[in-house]
Ligand binder design. Structure first.
Ligand code: SF4
Length: 570
């Protein structure tokens, strides 16, 4: 079972119709389906997120969130399983995982398991909070789940049990020994009856829709794990240390099946270290070129800047790369060192130099803020580095420590409190961050809180409070993503800005005065005058309606770009 992404309380039909919710084909569940089938067990996948999203598009005016319960009940009737597994990737999915387990137990008395990154990160807290979950499959369950079935069926001794956690008589018991699949044991996914070609039409698959036009996307995984051990990242605690690669030919076979069976024309790699091993990565991209699949792809999960070489980059572009996310996180050498980032300011500069040869490639730099002890001065270093690198866009996240990470252990939080307040962890949580922003805009429309440029202050050694981070986030986002447009003249760079700003203004955000102003300025620079005027009118309208935007426009000195609008006192 794949639970719905958003809870009923948070679900918003307009956002769904704008394809703002994630709609990734359930890769992990499909891997387990393949493993179980190979071991002689029947398996089916029920994607309740897909059920909800497709229902919105089919019947937007008669939409009922409860549709997932009907789909669940129907699938139990038709498949008649012996066990239900619920997949959960992020902490934000905790509530829906719990509700799916409750619903299963309401309908039948079957054992319920949960698995995925979130239950693995905090198994005891999950079990204590979710009485309807009987056990948790820890880490990658390709081997351990079929082994568990074999043990239950008496085909293997109990000593084969691994990677399982449960409560016995109220005590937490966990078999932690790992049995990850080795190189030749990593199987391709089996999506069972799922309509993989339809997912992209229902929501977000990757983060480059604005670059790929109508090319239908799906995801693929070439390697598991990451060579690095960033203190805020849970990849190592889930996948173990190091990287396990798959044979290049088998990976491209999987891509080819997506192309032929489902009409997929764009791949978003799920890899955490796609460029691991230069020879292997180059062979992967060359094999895609050799098979002439007319494919584009993006690396939404991010690549390590230091791994980019001229030869590899050439193969990436030739094989269809259109968008690349680079993990930077901070411009402060001290923070990069403290969080064990596999990159230095110099390695980011070298990547910039190599990437300059491919201006049509859309480059995003992942940034983070709010590290423990991070000062205003260090945030300013991040802004300065971003401006120096000049990448096309910088997704900026406020640090949200995930259970099981080193940084989480260094803070005074417990897993239970994170489950109660899931926050917005991980790059896939962008929608929750923008939802929070939108809520704040709405609530401050009539009377916004004071806003000022804290990075202009004299004392940059101050460590801002948690409450200050939201405004600092806005400030940094403005300085690194919007302000550079004012001096930008390169038409290729402007075209990239135009594409992402259109996506932001028309699909991602609502009544966005800042986005529409900068889209107007971009359109004008690209000599698209009618569209520039239209966007300017929208910017003025949204500005006029909102004290939230007025305060920010005044601080950023943006009224001078709006003829006929006067700055209001802040
Ligand atoms: S490089 Fe990326 S995937 Fe690897 S540990 Fe760091 S944050 Fe995680």
């Amino acid at each position: 079972m794949v639970p719905p992404e958003a809870t009923e309380e948070d679900f918003n039909i307009a956002l769904a119709l704008n394809r703002r919710y994630w709609a990734y084909p359930p890769y992990g569940a499909a891997i387990l389906a393949r493993s179980l089938k190979n071991s002689g067990y029947a398996a089916a996948i029920v994607d309740l997120n897909y059920e909800i999203l497709s229902h919105v598009f089919e019947k937007p005016h008669e939409f009922s969130y409860e549709i997932w319960k009907k789909a669940l009940g129907k699938s139990l009737e038709s498949f008649r399983p012996d066990l239900i597994g619920i997949s959960c990737m992020f902490t934000m999915g905790h509530m829906n995982m719990k509700r799916v387990a409750e619903e299963v137990k309401r309908l039948c008395d079957l054992p319920v398991a949960a698995g995925g990154v979130h239950p693995t990160n905090a198994p005891e807290a999950v079990l204590r909070d979710c009485p309807d979950i009987d056990f948790i499959g820890l880490y990658e369950c390709d081997q351990s789940l079929p082994a568990l079935f074999d043990v239950v069926n008496g085909k293997q001794p109990e000593t084969e049990l691994s990677q399982v956690a449960m409560l016995i008589g109220g005590d937490f018991v966990s078999f932690n020994e790992r049995t990850p699949p080795k190189l030749d044991e990593i199987l391709p996914p089996d999506y069972c009856e799922l309509a993989i070609g339809k997912y992209d039409g229902l929501g977000q698959v990757g983060t480059y829709r604005f670059m790929r036009e109508n090319r239908t996307a799906a995801s693929c995984l070439a390697v598991r794990g990451c060579r690095a051990k960033c203190s805020f990242c849970s990849v190592r605690s889930f996948n173990g240390s190091g990287v396990r690669t798959r044979e290049v030919v088998l990976v491209v076979d999987e891509v080819e099946r997506l192309v032929h069976d489902y009409g997929i024309k764009h791949i978003t790699w799920l890899d955490d270290d796609l460029l691991f091993n230069e020879m292997r990565a180059t062979a992967l991209f060359n094999e895609i070129i050799r098979r002439k699949m007319n494919l584009t792809w993006d690396a939404s999960n991010g690549v390590i800047a230091a791994a980019i070489t001229p030869g590899l980059l050439h193969a990436m572009v030739e094989s269809g790369c259109i968008g690349l996310n680079i993990g930077i996180e901070s411009g402060s050498p001290k923070i990069l060192q403290e969080v064990h980032k596999p990159g230095t300011v110099d390695s980011f500069r070298k990547a910039k130099y190599l990437l300059a040869a491919y201006p049509y490639l859309f480059i995003k730099g992942f940034l983070m803020m709010g590290f423990p002890g991070e000062t205003l001065g260090q945030m300013k270093e991040t802004v300065n580095l971003a401006l120096e690198l000049g990448f096309d866009w910088y997704p900026l996240q406020i640090l949200n420590p995930l259970p099981s990470t080193e940084i989480f252990g260094s803070l005074t939080q417990d897993c239970g409190s994170v489950i109660a307040n899931p926050g917005t962890g991980g790059w896939m949580a962008g929608i929750f961050q923008s939802l929070n922003l939108r809520r704040r805009e709405e609530s401050e429309k009539a009377n916004a809180r004071k806003f000022f440029d804290r990075l202009q202050g004299k004392d940059l050694d101050i460590v801002p409070s948690k409450e200050d981070l939201a405004d600092l986030w806005f400030l940094m986002d403005y300085k690194i993503n919007y302000e550079p447009i004012l001096d930008m003249e390169n038409p290729v760079k402007l075209e990239n800005k135009r594409k992402i700003l259109r996506d932001i203004c028309d699909r991602i955000s609502h009544a966005n005065a800042l986005g529409n102003l900068f889209l107007s300025l971009t359109e004008r620079k690209l000599r698209s005058f009618a569209e520039a005027d239209r966007r300017m009118a929208l910017a003025k309208q949204f500005l006029d309606e909102s004290d939230y935007w007025q305060k920010r426009f005044a601080v950023f000195g943006l009224y001078r770009h709006l003829s006929g609008c006067e700055a209001k006192a802040v």
